[in-house]
Ligand binder design. Sequence first.
Ligand code: GLN
Length: 492
Amino acid sequence: MSTNFLDLTLAEMLAGLRSGEFSSRELTQAALERIQTVEPAVHAFLSTAPEAALKQADTADTRLSAARQHGETDLPALLGLPIAVKDLLTVKGMTCTCGSKILENFVPPFTATSIQKLLDAGVIIVGKTNMDEFAMGSSTENSAYGPTANPWDLTRVPGGSSGGSAAAVAARETPIAIGSDTGGSVRQPASFCGLTGIKPTYGRISRYGLIAYGSSLDTVGVLAHSAEDIVPIFTQMAGADPKDATSVDVPVPAIRLNNSTDLKGLRVGVPAEYFIAGIQPEVEAAVRQAIQTLKEMGAEIVAVSLPHTSYALPVYYLIAPAEASANLARYDGIRFGPRAEADSMWGMFRQTRGQFFGPEVKRRIMLGTYALSAGYYDAYYGQAQKVRTLIKRDFDEAYQKVDVIACPVAPTTAFKQGEHTGDPLAMYLEDVFTLPINLAGIPGLAFPVGFDSNSMPIGMQLLGPHFKEDVLFQTAHAYQQVTDWHKRSPKL
Ligand code: GLN
């Protein structure tokens, strides 16, 4: 069966399914065949569920053809659509390893709310994607199950931690993949793989069933080829959830993108602090060019300042590990995953955690435990929380003057596998432009704005005030109508 279906836009895919031009079985089969062909080189998936997926596709097809016969139009919005899900989100009956040996073979008994909402809308989950262990990393090299390759250049990383999700979409294995973003894990892989990716406002999408990393920072996000493709997925997942006390009961707007390319009236802020020494010159040039394009489309460009930006990295690398050290205390060899043998209970805890957590996770647990320990709590964690407030205030002030902020996603394009693995600090530095957004809790949308001289994609992010995802989608959609970066695909 042709894999050309996988080149369609989401709207075309859904329309083709409805009209009967092709079936969900054909589409799902095409995805599964593509997965078989490219996975030996890409390794985007940790597990796939071909039989279950095809069975669900048949159920969707029955429903679709009955609807056609009876002229029924009120169908679940995403009926018959194959997608991929990061292995950090639970799906009942599918293994959920979080990229860690400590959850090898763990099959959760419940489904994450965000994913359940997509299942209710008719999606088919073809598999779970690779990631840095417990979402700690920026390259997917911290997966206990081996790295994922960047489909644009197999010797490079796809970014992380949602690198498997990004690679799956970039390699056209599935049109959509769900990821998570605690400090950039959707936006940076989107940027490295030439995709569009949303990190929603904190609390916009339920975290129930998203295995916790840094609970005050964690968000569920979406990776796709365009803003237009993300909107129907985002809209399904958003909304308050009684199972997540931090989800926020703010109405989810019905987002109807219009095809106007006129951005008159839109004020775009450009923060000086995001164009710093050390940034790859081609990244800066492409982002500035994209800002110029927004200007030519009618937007007003305004210089803004986010003076506390340089503190975001140390603040994040105190808060996230502190929260992680508490969240990861539950992996003790008793409740989940494998257990190491030892002659005492404490010995068993030590052995299990010592054997089955990877080196980066252990580093974070140690960092976090230290930052929270008696005598250091105020100096580190308490102080970091105060500076976090200042970082959030920077954004609040900027949004008095502008509607959105435009800046690079990462200081570089995708780097080579192994380039930063021996140097955790160099790896953390890749996150300088993504972390402040999670600390402030605001939404960010990454999308491609060019390529560097190695033909690697360059991403820009648009940031908005809390709950203003719709403005980000509309602005990126306008940009994507006058440019074609998002339409390019790697040759695999
Ligand atoms: N790279 C960052 C970290 O390692 C962010 C990861 C994420 O967003 N999950 O913590």
